[in-house]
Design a protein around this ligand. Structure first.
Ligand code: AMP
Ligand code: ZN
Ligand code: FE
Ligand code: FE
Length: 274
């Protein structure tokens, strides 16, 4: 029998721009997708579709195979991220939901300012990116804390200030359930994927039940290939995807070197998984 030819390709189906908490503008990311020779590239900003129009235009200019996406923060016990891929960003229900997310993020932003002020840190709204198109997030605060000498690294900003029980008690916002996010993504014609399952805090058994539960709500796939997943995690999630008849996705979660220094843009995968 003829040997099966191994084909690999470069893709990235999970990236963040300045429309949420990324370093680069949507059009800069599309240009990078071209330069890195990606076969598929998706923009998946946190809770916003604001970067998609710019990325679409740039994708035409640079001839990049672009997939419009979103990463929705949801809560079911712990925080769970749901990626929507190939969404139609002109869907009224999606536009309306993103408006709500934006409002909820902005009001949480004020609670974060108040919380940091209560710890003696003199941050004001003016210290945050002025033209953040809407998805204000913790990385913006981490940047302030680092640039103003309150911490040495971004990780320290999360460990000491932005990821403590007191922080969450003072600032958490109401989030949709993963089931609601899946249904919203479907209403916008997209496919819903469980993002970076390897970052979930719950144990493997709970993850298996969660995936079955989300499948009942119509989950389409798992982000099996993720920059931080170990070989064992990839094997585990790939098996779960096969068992549950789910698609596999592949993404880096690139935010730019100044936001997440250790994450390179684009990932190499065997073409047979797509
Ligand atoms: P938010 O959606 O505003 O709560 O911010 C979440 C974002 O903060 C994630 O997408 C990551 O980019 C970043 N983040 C969350 N937790 C950590 C952590 N422990 N260390 C570094 N970055 C983190
Ligand atoms: Zn982020
Ligand atoms: Fe995420
Ligand atoms: Fe992400």
């Amino acid at each position: 029998m003829e040997a099966i030819k191994e084909v690999s390709m470069r893709v990235d189906l999970h990236t963040h721009s300045t429309a949420s908490d990324g370093q680069y503008r949507p059009r800069e990311l599309v240009k990078m997708a071209k330069e890195h020779n990606l076969s598929l590239y998706a923009l998946t900003d946190h809770d916003t579709i604001d970067g998609i129009a710019e990325a679409r235009l740039a994708a035409l200019q640079y001839d990049v195979n672009f997939i419009p996406g979103i990463e929705i923060s949801t809560q079911l016990g712990e925080e769970i991220h749901i990626l929507g891929l190939r969404i139609d960003e002109t869907t009224p229900a999606l536009i309306q939901a993103c408006e709500e997310y934006k409002k909820s993020r902005l009001s949480r932003g004020q609670r974060i300012i108040d919380y940091l002020n209560s710890l003696g840190i003199p941050i004001t709204r003016n210290d945050l990116p002025e033209k953040n198109d809407g998805s204000l997030g913790r990385p913006h605060f981490a940047q302030y804390l680092q640039q103003n000498g309150f911490v040495r690294t971004r990780q320290e900003a999360f460990d000491r200030y932005l990821n403590t029980p007191a922080f969450h008690a003072a600032t958490d916002r109401k989030k949709p359930t993963p089931q609601e996010a899946i249904s919203l993504i479907h209403s916008a014609g997209g496919k819903a994927f469980l993002a970076h399952p390897g970052l979930l805090k719950m144990g493997k058994r709970w993850q298996e039940s969660l995936i079955v539960e989300l499948c009942e709500a119509g989950l389409d796939g798992l982000e099996v290939y993720y920059f931080k997943h170990t070989k064992n995690q990839v094997a585990f999630y790939r098996r779960l995807a096969i068992q549950n008849h789910l698609l596999c996705s592949c993404g880096s979660d690139f935010h730019g070197e100044s936001v997440k220094p250790d994450v390179p843009f684009g990932m190499e995968i065997d073409a047979d998984i797509l």
